[in-house]
Design a protein around this ligand. Sequence first.
Ligand code: ASP
Length: 331
Amino acid sequence: MSKKKVAAIFTGGTISMKVDKRLSAAIPAMSSEEIMSLVTNIDKIAEIEIVPFARIPGPHMTPELMMELSKTVKETIARDDISGVIITHGTDSLEETAFFLDLNIQSDKPIIVVGSMRNASELGYDGPSNLSAAICTAVSDQARNKGVLVVLNNEVNSAREVTKTHTMSLDTFKSFSFGPLGIVDNDEVIFYRDIMSHGHILTENVESNVDIIKSVAGMDSKMINFCIQEGSKGIIIEAMGRGNLPPGMLDGIKNAVDKNIPVIIVSRCPMGRVLDSYGYEGGGKMIHDLGAIFGGDLNGQKARIKLMLALSTTQDMNEIKDIFESEYYKK
Ligand code: ASP
């Protein structure tokens, strides 16, 4: 039987980096072919087609580039000869791009985002092992219909759930609430559980003018009002705990809602969803009653990705509310 074909789309990240002698710091330095040549024996698992896309660090990724990448993935995955796609990415913004693709692409074929924590000049460069685990996942029938997956350190996580938790550990990508979906062991993917089903936002445009504010003790409406004044099309607020805010931020929320600018409330806590449990001034109940929208258990950066895609399809506040709240607040 002929081997399955996997497309490997390279966007950059530490997995493509080496230490520059003059700078004594890592920069993108390797071609897609050079990186793939280090993944020894992979020809026994799959035929690889290299698709160079970019050679940028994670912090240089933009929503517009994510949309371009999404189009490339859609075109590639639609081909009959391609069984799955892997995408290399800088780990700093990997979860954002992975969630973007997860919302924007509907395909039953495996789509895997992969990176590395150590560059090719470091001892223990984890690029080749992560790439081979990603490719093993991309050829697995078990990985079909699982949305976009993130594979690093032999763990398989859902793009919707996973977040980068540690600045240098190889074991940095975690799904806080329920743990990984599965593992890659002995070149085989073993799933422990399924993904949480969720909708897609199938648009070809992205509204990138969406800002994010983290709430802190004693905060007022200055940042929110600044965003409004600067023309933000949407605002994400990382609220405290269950979704509560210092009372000084209520004015800003009211100003935004009055101007039809959606305000999405998520929590600065790493786990759990927001809810209108508290009725005091600034409590979730008051914020929700003012017209702010709850973002469930998404973290701030992922809520921003979702709002950027949602805003490219509708500016109707009720529709945006539905896109965010129908998934979490079914009564
Ligand atoms: N700073 C790097 C980047 O995101 C980190 C990495 O890829 O691991 O490009």
